[in-house]
Design a protein around this ligand. Structure first.
Ligand code: 2HG
Ligand code: ZN
Length: 462
């Protein structure tokens, strides 16, 4: 698909014409941060990074690329963890970061329209200013963008209460692979007028259209927040406790699990004091939020769980943040050991406890020198299996873990997407008929196969 010589020169000239010379980046140094993913595992190259200012320029960029047969990788904050936003096969990078306007919050509809390049933190600030909240939150909030999180249907920390990104997207604006622009941003909650294109594009990983804006649902801001960090002797009891808390606590926003090894790594990496005088094999961090102080509800729920060791409770923002660091800093701490293999999976809650125990053994059987780090959103069965000490292109561990996950009836991608990292294993979760339907949609919306052609499908879909 990548053109050489004069054809490329002509295409770049046209792209310069569309976005202006400052926003077509061809210099190798300036391109480099767009060519590598956040973890450092996926590294490619691009002839150019194109940075349109708005949806009209985005449409013109897609049109130029279509006509010249240039493949495109749409990119937002480039915080994706499955190699889906970097040009691994010489694609043009279409960076949406300049389209970062967050519109006025509609207080009565409780919605806001945000440009694809707006960060999740910017949406949070806008919602906060209107006394509301955007329900999607994740550790990469300062860099991850609306477009990227829509493209990957990002989950994050509050899925147990509010669902993932798809549940918040009321409308969408995008440029399809056909070059057509669609815009459906009125924000009507009841709107049964055919296919729900926001849902189709959400999670499509840039293969069907380039999202330029999204109409997002906001939720009530609960200012009474409490976080508890609970140490447990064993995983089964921790998982059982979370299941009980989920039904007992209407105000449960997050239930996150991590293990002693991960906690020690975080503390060592960032000079943090451990939360308790002694270590516990398993930790669960829970956050509750309500209009009235939920401390007593949380205390009652924690007290009723069996096998609870130490408990730390934080009501004020600084101490809540301090407890969250033990969980959120896992990603940063693990990356200090070199690019990890990131296997973001869901397993049915009934087998989650034994999965946590079995996975390190499965990893060690595949690559004895590998180290396994487990943490994640235990409330919805989503664990992040991180593996270090394995070469970036050595896929033995990925194969062993993903095959095991599928055999348990789980998903090989809970919230990060398939990208290039997992496309080999998509058949474990999707039948031939499902893959054929997905390919048919791809062909209809991107007949030239220009949009992110090297992700998602086991072989290029075009
Ligand atoms: C999180 O839950 C993110 O913090 C990143 O999904 C997970 O680093 C990871 O594997
Ligand atoms: Zn996560």
């Amino acid at each position: 698909m990548v053109r050489a010589g004069t054809a490329m020169t002509a295409a770049l000239r046209e792209l310069t014409h569309v976005v202006g010379p400052h926003h077509l980046i061809t210099d190798a140094d300036e391109r480099s941060s767009y060519e590598i993913d956040w973890t450092g595992r996926f590294h490619g190259h691009t002839p150019a990074v194109v940075r349109p200012a708005d949806a009209a320029e985005t449409a013109a960029v897609v049109d130029v690329c279509r006509r010249h047969g240039l493949a495109i990788v749409p990119q937002g904050g480039n915080t994706g963890l499955v190699g889906g936003s970097v040009p691994l096969a010489g694609e043009v990078v279409l960076s949406l970061r300049r389209i970062d306007e967050v519109g006025p919050v509609d207080r009565s509809a409780r919605q806001v329209t945000a440009g694809a390049g707006a960060t999740i933190a910017a949406v949070h600030r806008a919602a906060q200013g209107a006394g509301l909240r955007y329900a999607v939150d994740l550790a990469a909030r300062d860099t991850a963008t609306v477009g990227g999180t829509v493209g990957t249907n990002a989950g994050g920390l509050n899925v147990i209460r509010y669902g993932g990104t798809r549940e918040q997207v009321i409308g969408i604006a995008a440029v399809l692979g056909t070059g057509a622009r669609i815009e459906h941003l009125q924000g009507l909650v009841k709107d049964n007028t055919g296919y729900h294109l926001p849902s189709v594009l959400c999670g499509s990983e840039g293969t069907l259209g380039v999202v330029t804006a999204a109409r997002l649902q906001l939720v009530t801001r609960h200012d009474e927040r409490v976080v508890a960090l609970v140490g447990f002797h064993n995983v089964a009891h921790a998982v059982e406790a979370v299941a009980t808390w989920r039904s007992a606590l209407d105000c449960l926003e997050a239930a996150e699990l991590f293990l002693d090894g991960g906690l020690r790594l975080v503390c060592d990496s960032f000079g943090l004091a451990p939360p308790f005088d002694r270590a516990w094999p398993v930790y669960v961090l829970v956050e509750v939020a309500a209009v009235h102080d939920p401390t007593d509800d949380l205390a009652g729920a924690v007290a009723s769980a069996s096998d609870v060791g130490d408990v730390a409770v934080a009501g004020d923002a600084a101490r809540r943040e301090a407890l969250w660091r033990y969980r959120e800093d896992h990603t940063l701490a693990i990356n200090t050991l070199g690019p990890p293999h990131k296997l973001d999976v869901t397993v049915p809650l009934v087998v989650l406890g034994e999965f946590v125990v079995d996975v390190p053994r499965i990893v060690a059987a595949a690559v004895p020198e590998a180290r396994t780090w487990l943490f994640g959103h235990v409330g919805d069965g989503n664990l992040h299996v991180n593996v270090t000490g394995v070469a970036p292109d050595d896929e033995r561990v990925d194969d062993a873990v993903l095959t095991h996950v599928a055999s348990l009836g789980g998903s090989i991608s809970a919230e990060h997407g398939i990208g290039t990292a997992k496309r080999r294993w998509l058949h474990l979760n999707r039948s031939e008929a499902e893959l054929a339907s997905m390919r048919a949609i791809k062909r209809a919306l991107d007949p030239g196969g220009v949009l992110n052609p090297n992700v998602l499908f086991p072989t290029p879909a075009g």
